[in-house]
Every structure is written in C-alpha cells, then in structure tokens.
Design a binder for this molecule. Structure first.
Ligand SMILES: [Zn+2]
Length: 304
C-alpha cells in the first residue's frame, strides 16, 4: 500500500493535546502565606492580588495553549485539543467548558481542532459520552468529531462502538500509557472491525504512539534517552510513510518539557513531516480511500 501526503511530505506527525487542566490551583495555604507576607510588609496591592486569586482561582486562563500554538507556527503546524466536558463535582473537574470561550476562540483562530476528552466515566458508558459531547458542542458552538479518553481508558471493542454510534469521526485513545510505541503494531489510521456487527465500523482509529509523561513518569528515561526514543520512533514511522500521533499536555509546555516538544517538531520537520491535526489526517485518509486498502489487507489476512 502506497500512502502519499500533501505537498510531497513523507509522513505525518499528528499533534494532539489533552486539556486536563486550565486553571492552576494554588493551595489555600500558599495563598494564605503570600497574603500574610504581604500584610506584614504593608503591601496592600499584594494582599488584594492574593484575595483576587483566591476568589477566582484564575492564574493563566489559557495555561500554555499559546506556547503550543507558537511552537507549531514556524512549521505551519496545526494541532488538535481535547477538552474535558465535565460538571462541577465530577472527578478531575477543573474548568467549565461554558466558561472558556476565549480559549476556544484562540484555537479556532489558529486553525486548531476542538475535540472531546472523555472523562473517567465515559469510555464504557454511551449515555455519558453523548452528554459530554452535547455539552462541549454547546460550549464551543460547533460539531465535535474527535475523541480521546482521559487516562487512556478504553474498552475494546465497546468504546469504538459507542463512539461510532455517537457520531464521532475518529478516536485516538488507542496507545499504551506505560510504553511509547505501536499498540496494535500499526502506524496507519484504521477502521476497527466489529465482530458483533460483522463489519468495519465507520469510525477511524489514529493509534497513539507517544505520550509526553510516558517518557519520564512511566518509562523513567533520562533526558537523552527520551529524545533518542522519540527520534527513533519518528524514523520508523517516516520509513513506513505512516502517522505518528503525539500527545503533549498543555501542562508540559514550559521548561525542559516544552523545549523537548520543540525539538521533536524540529526533528520531524527536518525529516519532511506533515505536522497537522488529527481531523486533517483523517480527512486526507478518507479522500484517498486509504482505509479501503487497509480493510482489504485485514480481510485477506483473516481469510488465510
Ligand atoms: Zn486526560
């Protein structure tokens, strides 16, 4: 199977970002300490600032989303952003999608994609998937096509079937949290086959290859090893004219981690990568009917 990418690019680097956190929570103790310090030094302005922060909890409303967009700009790269769509009181609730209009606008103005980051309870619950999708579509005022579940929670094949029925065009949850690499041995998008429905689902899977925190939190690699593994995986995918899906959280966009993200993009660009959002890759796949070629190979392998 021969895959071609737009404007003579050799492979694709799919840039994706799970937005777990938009508001940094300074602990009450921290705020109290700063407040007392300011009070002792008669810094009235400082005291007022501490009170305001405590009341609004807003420190950086876009929390490094600018950094992601800026890192991609010099390569004309586009990104997909997956937002939690939770309500107050739910596990890991951090922001109300109805209150972050300016974040959605920032992404839209930079040709980014807005997708759903399904919560802890969504992956095995079709009604929850539906309600989270409805809330996000209402808040962002647009149709949501892409999905990744929080903590990469996934149930094969049920999650695919639920997402398919909810009208998602693609999912990109399918990867290992504890190891970078190819969970299903493939670096090309594919349509999952449903044994219960006796056919391929309409939904596409873009397998997840590298998640940022996998490199240090799970695999505990040194900084040199992290970069070496990322470039080796890029080389492999480039050789196969494949798609490498990268998950970089907005919370990992400053300091060393932010620099590593920039170095990965720089390396991929030098290897002639098409760096773009997940939805653009799926649209390209569909337009060229590459999925049909993959499906034929799968059917052939199964009949042998
Ligand atoms: Zn998450």
């Amino acid at each position: 199977m021969s895959v071609k990418f737009p404007v003579g690019k050799k492979f694709a680097l799919c840039l994706t970002h799970d937005i777990d956190v938009l508001y940094t929570n300074q602990s009450a103790l921290q705020l109290l300490r700063t407040g007392i310090k300011n009070a002792i030094t008669f810094n009235i302005k400082g005291v007022m600032k501490s009170i305001t922060k405590a009341l609004h909890k807003t420190i950086e409303p876009d929390y490094h989303i600018h950094n992601i967009l800026n890192a991609g700009k010099k390569y004309n790269a586009k990104s997909s952003f997956y937002f939690l769509s939770l309500t107050q009181g739910e596990q890991d609730f951090n922001y109300d999608p109805k209150e972050i209009k300016e974040v959605f606008e920032l992404i839209e103005n930079n040709d980014g994609e807005i997708g759903l980051h399904g919560g802890h309870m969504a992956y095995n619950n079709p009604a929850k998937i539906e309600s989270e999708k409805t809330l996000l579509e209402y808040a962002a005022n647009k149709k949501v096509n892409g999905y990744r579940n929080h903590y990469l929670k996934f149930q094969t094949p049920a999650t695919w079937e639920f997402l398919n029925d909810a009208g998602f065009i693609y999912d990109t949850t399918f990867g290992y949290a504890d190891n970078a690499g190819f969970r299903n041995g493939m670096c090309h998008p594919f349509q999952p086959y449903s044994l219960t429905r006796n056919g391929f689902l309409d939904i596409f899977e873009l397998p997840l290859v590298i998640m940022d925190v996998t490199l240090w939190r799970y695999m505990k690699l040194s900084q040199a090893q992290q970069y070496a593994l990322c470039t080796a995986l890029i080389d492999t995918v480039a050789d196969c004219n494949g798609v490498l899906t990268l998950l970089w959280h907005n919370t990992q966009m400053c300091g060393y981690e932010g620099e590593l993200y920039g170095r990965i993009l720089e390396y991929a660009n030098a290897k002639n990568a098409w760096m773009t959002s997940a939805i653009e890759i799926v649209e390209h796949w569909k337009a060229n009917k590459y999925h049909e070629a993959v499906n034929e190979i799968v059917l052939q392998l199964n009949s042998e």
